[in-house]
Design a protein around this ligand. Structure first.
Ligand SMILES: [Zn+2]
Length: 327
């Protein structure tokens, strides 16, 4: 378990921007496991300290813990927002400090007495040592930073530091968005609940039934992945986005296939193994030679097999690395 590590060395010194983007995408999206918002908290703390590093790109645990504590104090105590599955250690430590010193929730971190700030920072630093530094280190495969619990030093990979400075504004927005979305899911706030999820799925069609009807007309009614014949009763026939919807954000016939419910449910928003990319390319060759269909589905007129191949490769670049194989 990487979050138990006490020391982490840099695993890669030379990273291209493409590589840093890909790792960022994996960390920010649901592709990396998060039971609490800690990883976002650490990324925000890193961003706050991009210009506090020494000439070896080192920042102290105290500096990072100060930023992290401020962020969490304001979210947890001041705004009373949940930050993770029940019993989140960072939340508990802050609530303890609040109760010990009878601090009203109106007090933001900046207004706290400096001795109380220091107490909170030290407790949070301990939580970061057990739950935070190692976890994000593991998610980035040791490429973003090195850390050492004994000397309490955190060293940015120079390539990552340069990247984060260059794209700082964009990264702040990305981290804020994903952190807010997770906080939203953890908190029950009437009326504004799930605003971000709503915005995100606003373009989603409620039914792909018309596509199913078209595909059934031109192809045998069997699962694109496992080949199982799909019964007449269409309840068990699913329409799957070959390249996940969460990446393409649209519904084109050339990216839709008929599947059984088992395959569709297990695939979810993963990419299938490359074997099926060849199959979908072949399938689409058959679609585009149907004049009636091309007249009906205008996207088919501009379809080129390169499009779906590029999309497949860009999906991997965007963090869809978990390739699915039918069960
Ligand atoms: Zn199937």
């Amino acid at each position: 378990m990487s979050h138990k590590l006490r020391v982490g060395e840099l695993k890669a010194l030379y990273l291209t921007e493409d590589e840093v983007w890909r790792i960022f995408t994996v960390v920010l999206t649901s592709k990396s496991k998060k039971s609490a918002t800690y990883k976002f908290g650490l990324l925000k703390s890193m961003i706050e300290n991009l210009y506090q590093v020494n000439d070896k790109a080192v920042v102290t645990y105290n500096q990072l813990a100060y930023s992290f504590t401020k962020i969490y104090w304001n979210l947890v105590i001041h705004h009373e927002l949940e930050q993770g599955t029940r019993g989140s250690a960072a939340v508990n430590r802050l609530v303890e400090v609040q109760q010990e010193y009878h601090i009203p929730k109106e007090m933001t971190f900046d207004k706290l007495d400096s001795t109380i700030q220091l107490k909170a920072v030290n407790r949070i630093k301990a939580v970061m040592k057990t739950n935070v530094f190692g976890a994000l280190y593991g998610d980035t495969q040791g490429t973003f930073y090195a850390f050492d619990h004994k000397s309490e030093q955190f060293q940015f990979n120079q390539a990552v530091l340069t990247f984060m400075r260059k794209y700082q504004r964009l990264l702040i927005d990305l981290v804020n968005y994903h952190m807010a979305k997770m906080i939203e899911q953890l908190n029950d706030i009437p009326n504004i609940n799930y605003l971000l999820s709503k915005v995100e799925s606003i373009a989603k069609r409620s039914s792909l039934k018309p596509f199913e009807e078209i595909l059934v007309q031109y192809f045998e009614k069997k699962c694109f992945y496992c080949g199982k014949s799909l019964s007449k009763d269409s309840v068990h026939t699913h329409v799957d986005h070959f390249i996940p919807w969460s990446f393409v954000q649209s519904d084109q016939l050339w990216n839709l296939v008929l599947t059984c419910s088992t395959c569709n449910t297990s695939k979810r928003d993963k990419l299938p193994v490359p074997f099926y990319l060849d199959n979908v390319v072949d399938r689409n060759e058959r679609l585009v030679i149907e004049p009636e269909l091309v007249a009906l589905e205008r996207e088919l007129a501009t379809y080129k097999k390169d499009k779906i191949i590029h999309l497949y490769n860009y999906s991997i670049q965007n963090g869809y690395e978990n390739i699915w194989v039918p069960g």
